[in-house]
Design a protein around this ligand. Structure first.
Ligand SMILES: [Zn+2]
Length: 673
């Protein structure tokens, strides 16, 4: 590093600390980083070397000493915190092979014999610490600030690969640490769902994993497809001499461990392992961001010990991200089905991880502002296992003089209506849903889709029907005539008959799917099902006020407002009438009454069961019981599955409400208790 005056160093140190703390907050708490890990690590390295040159500015609060904290701020749901028995440190890391050689040289100063290393994939997830007592999972805690973390046991129990009960010859008590991560498949599915209901997609699988782990609703966590890998066991008097032996034993007790770890005898072999995975990582179904190298013998680990922040016996070699530099040619503003505007970057085509990248999503105006992007800029594009590549950085040094600041449109590029942006929402959208051609057409495409009305027609057919003026509103589909269909390009008797009979069949699609098919903003498939079963009919949903809607756990203010706004539009009300006349189902099939065993009792259902929570509720109702969403003085029973809501349990305990299991509920119906 170049010479720097003391005062300039102080200024730079303060600036770096402030910036790094800000990025730590974005990363750990908001799960929404704005810079790449690589840039972050560079800043941290610069700070560390300045602090080394000017030890007088050292501080115990510096981010080089303190571990970034994931403990939730005040705004989000709060978990109970738990102090770690052994502090949870982070690993030192490097991007350079020279520094890796220095790591091994340092070790040989303390350990004069040849050293074996355990080489492991560095899963890109969020750290977790599990404590097993008498073979049962006692609790699961996030890293937090390294000293104490959030107790997320209920959520961790929903992860299939983590056993609640171990088998075999396990120690009576131990801790095991690892990573909760989200495989690409689950990540891409989750982001597609979020895009569909206009929620901000997660930046990467790691943020998706840590965001999911901190959800309040364990059922929702269960649906996210999280996975886990464990890689570090701690405890008193554990019967192992090496780390690899301990991890192999953990695997034999039923705990998830990596099949890719390898013990090698020299730093040369460590380098070979790194070389292999630097290429092969592109074929993994999950993200890794490097390789972890640990001294394998546990007595040597103890001898090497720890610095304030990390162990001396382990380090991480991090891969530089796969990225390419290319020119931003222009930005398109696309109108989505519900009117949301998505800026899409058109790039000078560039090869990246086996494909040619031409377009990348910029998500929304905030993202564009954060990147400070200009048309004509040179930008870095990154692609993990994710479907859509993303722009992570602008190369400011390469900014041409004629680069232009993009102007986010004020008016809809499709229909010209003035765009709006709701408070707290990332996206701008076109409010002219009933007259905006792109929205109308994609509304039809949504309506006929498989998960909605399942009508056998393609986007091209919708386009033609729209261009010919046959369809403007959803109900128009049900008055299409064979004569009209025969005017479409290439349509014959058979294709027309097929569509007409498919439309006829759609009249028996159950209400929850009809409700989803309407395409109300923020109402995805799962929420439509929930609302349909909670209210039972479109009339009941229409009559529900904001308060009645947000009564349902999963319905937040944004969704409630969106539903109310949709039903306030007379065009939509007229459509409901017409679709009713066409014969579509606007009422939930009544749950068949089986018995009156539970009549007079009021139930609240919480947690994860052998069947869906809705099925549990239907079971109760089929036996004459009533269900409500929150525990009150009127509640007779709280039916608690695995990982029930902590607040509900607390309230039930306070009020003296009986808490029963799924099994006990079934016994209750059978008259056994
Ligand atoms: Zn529009």
């Amino acid at each position: 590093m170049a010479k720097i005056s003391k005062s300039a160093a102080k200024e730079r140190i303060d600036q770096l600390r402030k910036e790094i703390n800000g990025h730590n907050y974005n990363y750990y708490v908001l799960n929404s980083p704005v810079i790449s890990d690589f840039e972050f690590d560079l800043m941290l390295q610069e700070l560390a070397s300045l602090e080394k040159m000017f030890p007088e500015f050292a501080s115990a609060d510096s981010p080089t000493v303190k571990v970034g904290s994931d403990i939730a701020g005040k705004k989000t749901f709060e978990f109970a915190t738990r102090t770690h028995r052994y502090p949870m440190l982070s690993l030192g890391n490097t991007y350079s092979r020279e520094e890796l050689a220095e790591f091994s040289d340092r070790i040989s100063k303390t350990i004069p014999e040849p050293c074996s290393y355990s080489c492991e994939l560095k899963f890109d997830g969020t750290a977790i610490c599990l404590t097993y007592r008498h073979g049962r999972l006692a609790y699961a805690v996030t890293r937090g600030d390294g000293v104490k973390g959030d107790d997320v046991t209920a959520n961790v129990l929903t992860i299939k690969s983590i056993p609640q009960q171990l088998t075999g010859d396990y120690p009576d008590e131990f801790e095991i640490r690892g990573e909760i991560y989200m495989p690409f498949e689950a990540f891409n599915r989750l982001n597609a769902e979020r895009e569909e209901i206009d929620e901000r997609p997660f930046a990467n699988p790691r943020n998706a994993a840590s965001g999911s782990l901190k959800l309040q609703d364990s059922n929702e966590v269960a649906s996210r497809g999280l996975a886990c890998v464990l890689y570090h066991m701690l405890g008193e008097d554990l019967p192992f001499t090496t780390h690899s032996e301990a991890i192999a034993a953990a695997g034999s007790w039923g705990l998830p461990v990596s099949e890719h770890s390898k013990v090698v005898d020299s730093i040369e072999d460590v380098n070979r392992y790194i070389d292999y995975w630097d290429t092969e990582r592109r074929n993994l179904p999950f993200a890794i961001d490097g390789i972890v190298i640990k001294v394998n013998r546990l007595d040597w680990q103890r001898k090497l010990g720890y610095t304030a922040k990390s162990p001396r016996w382990a380090t991480a070699y991090k891969f530089k991200p796969d990225r390419a530099l290319t020119k931003l040619l222009s930005i398109d503003y696309q109108v989505g089905r519900t009117g949301a505007i998505t800026p899409v970057a058109n790039l000078d085509p560039v090869p990246l991880s086996g494909t040619v990248v031409k377009r990348a999503s910029l998500h929304n105006k905030d993202q564009m502002d954060l990147l400070d992007i200009r048309v004509g800029d040179f930008v870095y594009v990154e692609k993990g296992g994710e479907i859509i590549p993303k722009i992570t950085e602008v190369d400011l040094a390469k900014r041409p003089a004629d680069a232009t600041v993009p102007v986010f449109p004020k008016y809809c590029p499709d229909c010209g209506a003035e765009l709006v942006r709701d408070e707290g929402q990332a996206k701008h959208y076109c409010p002219n849903s009933n007259n905006c051609p792109v929205q109308i057409k994609s509304g039809f495409v949504h309506f006929i889709s498989r998960k909605a009305m399942d009508i056998l027609a393609g986007d091209a057919t919708i386009d033609q029907l729209y261009e010919k003026g046959y369809i403007r509103h959803l109900s128009d589909l049900y008055s299409l005539t064979k004569e009209q269909l025969l005017t479409l390009d290439g349509w014959k008797d058979k294709s027309a008959d097929n569509l007409l009979s498919s439309l006829e069949r759609s009249k028996s699609v159950p209400f929850n799917r009809v409700f989803y098919a309407l395409g109300i903003r923020h109402v995805g498939e799962a929420n439509a099902k929930l609302l349909a079963s909670h209210f039972g009919s479109i009339d009941a949903i229409m009559a529900a006020d904001r308060e009645a809607l947000v009564q349902i756990d999963e319905v937040g203010d944004i969704m409630a407002d969106s539903i109310i706004r949709w039903f306030a539009d007379p065009v939509n009300l007229e459509q409901i009438q017409k679709l009713k006349q066409a014969g579509l189902k606007f009422e939930q099939e009544k749950t068949k009454k089986v018995s009156d065993t539970l009549s007079g009792s009021i139930f609240v259902v919480s947690g994860v069961f052998s069947v869906s929570r809705e099925e549990i509720k239907q079971f109760i109702e089929s036996h004459g019981g009533k269900t409500t969403s929150s525990v009150s003085g009127h509640t007779t029973y709280l039916v608690a599955g695995e990982a029930p809501g902590g607040e509900k349990i607390k309230k039930a305990e306070k009020l003296g409400t009986r808490i029963i299991t799924e099994e006990q509920l079934r016994e209750l119906v059978a008259g056994e208790i």
